[in-house]
Design a protein around this ligand. Sequence first.
Ligand SMILES: [Zn+2]
Length: 84
Amino acid sequence: MRRSREIQPTIPPAAHNVGGGPGWAAIRRAFLGLHPMCQVCGEGRAELVKHFPRTREQLISDGISRPDAPPHLRGICAFCYFTS
Ligand SMILES: [Zn+2]
């Protein structure tokens, strides 16, 4: 049985700053403007941007020169943030 979405958890503000390099706040804002819906469940409103499927550390160690570029990012909603 699926859990109710009526009670939306709140992502802690500090979580929004996790994972990005210089200019992350602007990158995050632009990304959410282009991808307003959660890319995990496709139902919730995206609130957080995170590196996926590889973490920023993995991208850098793989030699990716722009780890904060959109192809490496996913927008996720608060529900998926807490359940994935
Ligand atoms: Zn979601």
